[in-house]
Design a protein around this ligand. Structure first.
Ligand code: CDP
Length: 223
């Protein structure tokens, strides 16, 4: 295998990106980066600073973004988690209904995307410096915008019913369909399956099968 391999994993809400990325990062001991959690963290930090969707886009947003200092904490050996002004937000704060309801509005703002784009691209050298032999970065625009030169790009999709059921099982109130529509139709970095990405239907394949398809591609990848 390559000395350092970059895997981009994109897909809509509840397509199993996080579950498969976690298994793959553990199997190869790579750094795992969940960019959805970045958008959730920034959204939460902005809400905590008193911003709401009514402030999108305004000077108040521009000024508040400038006051946010990103840094990274490696959690559970390989998960690169975004901290804002040295605060690490817990999952229950990031995956709450409050954040689910507005995260796609915040994520459509170019200033927020640009802030995170720089941060996310810098995670590649950060992973190398920290001795990892690869990364798996998951999100909506990784293969299209953040890391278009990734060694392997995957796109996960599944029918809406399968995805809604997945969220219901987790007991989370989440309007998956509404978020997907917003994410796919926004002007900047919409959710798309780019040419050259390997598309996998996670509605018809089990998690184990999805992981196997991805691992086969990784292991076939020329070194
Ligand atoms: O877990 P789930 O797939 O439902 O969502 P997520 O990956 O946590 O992402 C939350 C939201 O962040 C998405 O609905 C998008 O609006 C936004 N996002 C984005 O715009 N670009 C990314 N690369 C990742 C997430």
């Amino acid at each position: 295998m390559n000395p350092f391999i970059v895997v981009a994993m994109d897909g809509g809400a509840a397509t199993g990106k996080s579950s498969s990325s976690k298994i793959i990062s553990e199997k190869y001991n790579w750094m795992h980066i969940d960019t959805g959690s970045h958008y959730r963290t920034v959204t939460r930090a902005l809400i905590d600073q008193g911003l709401s969707v009514q402030d999108l886009p305004t000077k108040k947003l521009d000024d508040t973004i400038k006051s946010l200092e990103p840094s990274t904490k490696i959690v559970a050996d390989r998960v690169a988690s975004l901290m804002i002004n040295e605060r690490l937000y817990q999952s229950e704060h990031l995956r709450s209904e409050k954040v689910n309801n507005v995260v796609s509005d915040f994520a459509a703002e170019p200033i927020i995307r640009y802030f995170l784009l720089n941060y996310q691209r810098n995670l590649v050298p950060f992973a190398k410096e920290n001795g990892y032999s690869g990364i798996v970065m998951e999100g909506r625009d990784i293969g299209s915008v953040v890391l278009p030169d990734a060694d392997l790009r995957f796109f996960l999709h599944a029918d809406l019913d399968a995805r809604k059921k997945r969220r219901e099982k987790e007991g989370i109130a989440d309007e998956v369909e509404k978020r997907d529509k917003m994410d796919s139709s926004r002007k900047v970095a919409p959710l798309v399956c780019v040419n050259g990405a390997i598309s996998i239907d996670s509605g018809i394949h089990s998690l184990e099968e999805v992981v196997q398809i991805i691992c086969d591609k990784i292991e076939e990848y020329p070194s």
